[in-house]
Design a protein around this ligand. Structure first.
Ligand code: ACM
Length: 637
């Protein structure tokens, strides 16, 4: 870097990424830590070799080439030895300060990327994002970047249990995650509604637990009684397929963290293997215990011992029993899981465990007595500690949702804080590692508009882009020592209402781009205006070219008073590059038959007794996809 700075002394200016991006229109997401712009550009051509000596560098160069070919129809040669002329040099450096940091220096005749293994990969992702096609010439601006992430854990959780996604669909998501410098995919593989991983010792998991006969239609609250679609749904990944995903992700510097839910969210398993539940089994059927189940009003209720994989959502009663049989099963499963997934973390769920079965089970009550536990919460903690011991013995670490704090946290556990930040704060104060994934800011299954009628069906909530962007993973209430336990952030994509790849992409993007900056950038360097207006537009245009069905966001609409006329001046800035905006002001639908926005205009003034006007508009992307209709009130000036 110093070398390059010296080279450009006098013409370089060095400021934080976002200011430069604004001036020079470089649009890397997440924005690099520092960028120094020079003048001129490097031109990429078929004759530009990539010098990559180490195996890691060559692997990353190969992936760079794949992308370059797909996006720009160009494939570069790689060379093990230095060559004269214009080259891209990847210098793997063990001594680079940050594991994931890199420097990227672009001169008119040379590009040099330096970093550790992951750093080189990220340097290449930044380089890809810098390439501009100008009249058929692929140009990279002369600059110097120094970059490293703020957080070591930058994740997205995908629930494949509520709805199954193919390995190709997951690979597409991994490609996109890598492009925006995410490094963890949390794979939610088991649920009440489906088990998704081949386990050789327990074939019924894939013969029975992986399939449901039918799924409810509409929102959970739409129809009572529920209406079912009458269509079987399911699927699973063979161990070979799962290993292939692990390899594919690892090549892209992403660790796959498998989640095997326990002791709750296990109805699908217990449909096939009722003997791992909390009750005695006779003739293949679980029998209720001698203690009657009552709800919190003291009314008797059905403990739901049905042996079908449920096709409706919500929290289910059927949970594992605290028995040697169940521990044995889980340890067998985890043994196969550890063989597939090299991840240090194994996620064991631990969330939303209704205690009804344990309260009504003679078997569970005996354990509580024998182990001198205070209640069912302590029994849950006892259960999870036992699993933690097993994982630790095998060199792995347990991570679980924040309910694992209830009844006492297992000694070495990491907490994923989802019910807000409370659990994460408590865990950090106890000296446990934490991943922040609060449902207030990072639940990507939530709606993206306040007016739900304009959006596809979602689980609920309202999580606009700006709110994701505003998130800061380290709570102010933690002191300096405690802050280091917050390892990073993750968004969760639960898929009860997300059955298709288009819908998956719609819920992930562009919110994942906002999250990428939350995870990579220091809090004080983030700037939503600059992100959304200066860098997001070209990335969204690119996502469309990459066939990603992102949600087209609302434009920035500025309404100011025009002093000369006394009328409102309306300025509309769409957030997709080269998109068009069509609008109406008469309260009627806006579509491609409406007024084409060509620049700021003066709004009509409603009469004294008339309602304010509504600006309706739709954004149409370069490839012709229309956004939802958006509405903004224009009050009387
Ligand atoms: C969760 O949303 N139940 C972790």
């Amino acid at each position: 870097m110093n070398k390059v700075l010296a080279l450009f002394a006098g013409i370089l200016f060095s400021v934080h990424g976002f200011v430069v991006a604004q001036q020079q229109k470089i649009s890397i997401i997440p924005a690099p830590k520092s960028v120094s712009m020079g003048s001129g550009h490097f031109e990429l051509s078929a004759g530009t070799p990539i010098i990559a000596v180490s195996e890691d560098a060559r692997k990353s160069a190969a992936l760079f080439n794949q992308f370059l070919h797909a996006r720009h129809g160009l494939t570069l040669k790689t060379s093990l030895i230095a060559l004269p002329g214009k080259t891209i040099v990847l210098e793997e450096s063990e001594n680079f300060a940050s594991e994931e940091g890199y420097s990227l220096e672009v001169e008119t005749d040379k590009i040099i990327i330096t970093g550790n293994k992951a750093g080189l990969f990220y340097g290449l992702q930044s380089l890809l994002q810098l390439i501009k096609n100008k009249d058929g010439s692929l140009q990279v601006p002369v600059l110097a970047i120094e970059d490293e992430p703020a957080f070591g854990y930058r994740g997205i959780m995908l629930d494949v249990s509520r709805h199954f996604f193919t390995t190709d669909q997951i690979k597409k998501m991994l490609d996109l995650m890598a492009y925006f410098k995410f490094n963890r995919m949390h794979w939610h593989l088991t649920e009440d509604q489906g088990w998704r991983l081949e386990i050789k010792k327990y074939p019924k998991l894939t013969q029975v637990s992986a399939w449901r006969d039918s799924t409810i239609i509409g929102q959970y609250y739409d129809f009572k009684p529920f209406i079912y679609d009458g269509k079987p749904h399911g699927g699973y990944y063979t161990q070979e397929e799962a290993k292939d995903i692990v390899r594919y992700a690892a090549d892209r510097q992403i660790t796959v963290i498998p989640e095997i839910e326990l002791p709750g969210h296990s109805s699908a398993v217990l449909a096939a293997y009722p003997e791992f539940g909390s009750f005695e089994v006779k003739d293949g059927k679980a029998l209720p215990g001698s203690i009657a189940a009552v709800n919190d009003k003291g009314e008797p209720h059905d403990n739901d011992l049905s042996q079908a994989v449920p096709g409706y959502w919500g929290v289910h009663y059927n949970i594992y029993g605290p028995t040697e049989k169940a521990y044995g099963f889980l340890e067998d499963v985890l043994t196969e899981v550890m063989d597939i997934f090299p991840s240090e973390y194994i996620h064991i769920g631990g969330d939303e465990v209704p205690k009804d079965h344990w309260m009504t089970s003679d078997i569970a009550q005996k354990v509580i007595k024998k182990e001198k536990l205070a209640d069912e919460h302590e029994l849950q903690s006892f259960f999870i500690r036992r699993i933690e011991k097993f994982l630790n013995k095998n060199g792995r670490k347990l991570i679980g949702w924040d309910e694992i704090l209830e009844g006492g946290l297992a000694p070495n556990a990491t907490v994923m804080s989802w019910r807000g930040e409370k659990g994460g704060i408590a865990a950090a104060k106890m000296g446990h590692d934490v991943i922040m994934t609060p449902n207030s800011h990072l639940y990507f299954d939530h709606y993206q508009a306040a007016d739900k009628t304009t959006e596809p069906l979602a689980i609920g909530g309202f999580l606009p882009l700006e709110k994701v962007y505003s998130y800061s993973p380290v709570p102010d209430t933690l002191n300096v020592d405690e802050r280091k336990y917050v390892l990073g952030v993750q968004a969760n994509l639960w898929t009860e209402y997300i059955p298709t790849i288009n819908k998956m992409e719609y819920f992930l993007f562009p919110r994942a781009l906002a999250l990428a900056e939350v995870a990579w950038m220091d809090r004080e360097e983030k700037n939503f205006e600059e992100f959304s207006q200066e860098r997001l537009p070209s990335r969204l245009k690119e996502l469309e070219e990459m066939d990603v069905f992102y949600r087209i966001p609302e434009a920035q609409v500025q309404i100011s008073k025009d002093e000369a006329s006394g009328r409102h001046l309306v300025n509309i800035v769409p957030l997709v590059a080269q998109s068009k905006v069509y609008y109406t002001l008469d309260g009627h639908k806006a579509d491609q038959t409406s007024n084409l926005y060509t620049g700021p205009f003066l709004a009509p003034i409603p009469g004294q007794d008339q309602d304010p006007l509504t600006l309706n508009y739709t954004v149409v992307t370069p490839k012709g996809r229309s956004s939802n209709q958006f509405s903004v009130e224009i009050n009387r000036p």
